[in-house]
Design a binder for this molecule. Structure first.
Ligand code: FBP
Length: 264
């Protein structure tokens, strides 16, 4: 494991990764209803907010937009990803190497592993290559640890999420990005079984400010390191407002009410 607190990806040991790989993972449907959200520059701009510790994107947007933001934003390069057009058992193509991520300016890398998929074995072998290459350059590795596949229908059950965070720890990830298991207690368990691996929550589809901040607060109170969020930030008309509130909850451990009041 790397000394995480000094990594550019973290601030005081906490993390707020702004994820914007949805154009690949979900397709342009995620941009519907909010004209302009398809423009990567809009989310890179949001990532200049001081609450954001890193932006997570695929190679294409990184190559095209990161040069304009490299002084203000830390880059986490997502190394694999799949489109929603793929109808097979969960899998994810490796789209970028660690070496190329470094060339483009990434300080860390992200990798999806679908534990429980019929492709788990190959995915874990690909993760091993990425992880060991990243170690050669002291780059933190964030695992999108998403158990799913033929035999796993409910991928947010507490026992599944605890397995996801432990799996990330066993395989050497510095950060495990897991879905919210539904309660603070379940998150506490996921954090407790992850050893020194930091656990962060995956944002999920857009909800109200209060609902979203309550789940973030539960993660922080459970000992989680923060979150890696996409739609709950960039699908909002004004990403700055929710980022102001997230800064309060994650870095200052403020209450949801205090954070909402501050962001008004
Ligand atoms: P959200 O906060 O919008 O859920 O984004 C997190 C994320 O992991 C993205 O990085 C990724 O595009 C998406 O969720 C994948 O979600 P799923 O595989 O569950 O559709």
């Amino acid at each position: 494991m790397l000394p995480f607190d000094d990594a550019p990806l973290s601030r005081d040991g906490k993390v707020l990764i702004l994820a914007y790989d949805h154009g690949l993972e979900h397709g342009p449907v995620d941009f519907e209803g909010l004209p302009g959200s398809e423009d990567p520059a809009r989310t890179f701009e949001a990532a200049t907010h001081p609450a954001v510790t890193s932006i997570a994107v695929q190679k294409g947007p990184a190559e095209a937009y990161y040069p304009s933001y490299e002084d203000e934003v830390d880059l986490l390069m997502k190394l694999n990803g799949t489109s929603n057009l793929w109808m097979g058992e969960p899998d994810s193509a490796v789209n970028c190497s660690v070496e190329y991520a470094r060339e483009v300016g990434a300080s860390s890398v992200g990798f999806t592993v679908y534990g429980g998929s019929n492709h788990e074995i190959e995915m874990v072998e690909e993760f091993r290559d990425a992880h060991e290459n990243a170690r050669e350059h002291d780059m933190p590795v964030v695992m999108w640890s998403y158990p799913r596949g033929q035999g796993l229908k409910n991928d947010t059950k507490p026992s599944t999420i605890s397995y996801a965070s432990r799996l990330a720890h066993e395989l050497g990830a510095d950060v495990a990005k897991v879905k919210y298991p539904g309660s603070q207690e379940a998150m506490e368990h996921a954090v407790s079984v992850a050893g020194k691996t930091k656990v962060v929550m995956s944002g999920g589809s857009k909800t109200t400010d209060r609902e979203f901040l309550q789940s973030v607060k539960a993660v922080i109170d459970a000992g989680g390191a923060g979150l890696a969020v996409g739609r709950n930030v960039w699908q909002r008309e004004d990403p700055t407002r929710i980022l102001d509130a997230l800064e309060k909850v994650i870095f200052e451990e403020a209450s949801v009410d205090a954070a909402l009041e501050y962001a008004e």
